[in-house]
Design a protein around this ligand. Structure first.
Ligand code: GTP
Ligand code: MG
Length: 291
């Protein structure tokens, strides 16, 4: 059976005859937890909502919906990142295996190249044989350059070469795909730290961004992933993928609230066009519902 979304649950709760009792707020907390907000945040958000309702004597379904959105809105930060003209810009794209990194690299490459940015993709996932081929295929389709080395080679060296190529072009944007899995987590983190150092040294001042890809279908796990990557290298923005699934990406609230990381794009499918700038209002209309 398909999972009932948070907005449907909220609608049912607001339509119930509970008169917004303790039960109502408890059920709302449970619904938020199931919506991937995490227990701590769900309790805190509902506490705030309950205090507001009692203080302002606002208990209508519309008033509750509006205030819940107001509370959640504070934690959702959209960001847009534009490469600097004539500079060496590097975006390192990170995330655990299978979240959609390579697909997102290609989508972003298309998006920025359409803004007349000279984009080079760097195949810095050298761990898996198919990874380089996958990015090369995107490069051919999009008619964009892919800098690659052999499988198993040093990913930092790939980024190094891509940055040199970018500089030789009088600047542009290198978007680096990275491995989501190595032999173990420690290896992955060490490798990323090494690539991070190279990117920081090769990009012009303020032109290096670390972008974490998270998958809407992984629920609260995405928050844990964000913590790990943020601790390892520091994350500038997240991209939410697979938002075309039934999962509504409630983890974005925790990532904004607990880690203060903004959201760059939301992806809604496998096609190049299925990428949009993050619009928190639209996101909340979808997550919470319209009043
Ligand atoms: N429905 C949907 N599928 C997506 C989206 N983004 C990526 N995918 C699919 O998810 C699968 C994994 O995508 P990849 O881009 O290969 O993911 P990755 O993170 O690079 O994976 P690894 O390199 O194995 O770590 C592919 O089948 C993609 O087509 C999205 O927004 N929606
Ligand atoms: Mg990949």
């Amino acid at each position: 059976m398909a999972k009932i979304s948070f907005s449907e649950k909220l609608k049912n709760l607001l339509g119930g005859k509970k008169n917004f009792s303790e039960d109502f707020f408890e059920d709302l907390t449970d619904a938020l937890i199931e919506g991937d907000l995490g227990a701590k945040n769900a309790v805190e958000i509902v506490d705030n909502l309950e205090s507001f309702c009692k203080k302002e004597k606002k208990f209508s379904p519309e008033e509750i919906t509006v205030e819940l959105k107001n509370i959640l809105m504070k934690f959702l930060k959209p960001v847009s990142i534009e490469p600097s003209n004539g500079k060496v810009n590097i975006f390192m794209v990170l995330g655990v295996n299978g979240v959609g990194k390579t697909t997102t690299v290609a989508k972003m490459a298309k998006l920025y190249s359409e803004k007349n940015v000279n984009v080079i993709m760097a195949a810095a996932d050298t761990f898996r044989a198919a990874a380089v081929d996958q990015l090369s295929m995107h490069g051919e389709k999009l008619k964009l350059r892919v800098v690659k080395h052999q499988m198993g080679s040093d990913p930092s060296a790939v980024v190094f070469d891509a940055a040199d190529a970018c500089k030789a072009n009088n600047g542009g944007l290198v978007i680096a795909d990275t491995a989501g899995r190595l032999h173990n987590k420690e290896n992955l983190v060490n490798e990323l730290k090494k690539i991070d150092r190279i990117c920081a040294s090769k990009a012009d001042e303020g032109c290096y961004k670390k972008i974490l890809v998270i998958d809407a279908t992984t629920g609260q796990n995405a928050v844990r992933q964000a913590e790990v990557f943020n601790d390892a290298v520091g994350i500038d923005a997240v991209v939410l993928t697979k938002y075309d699934s039934t999962a509504k990406g409630g983890a974005l609230v925790s990532i904004g609230k607990d880690l203060n990381i903004p959201v760059l794009f939301v992806c809604t499918g496998e096609k190049y066009e299925n990428i949009k700038s993050f619009d928190p209002k639209k996101y909340l209309d979808d997550f919470v519902g319209t009043e």
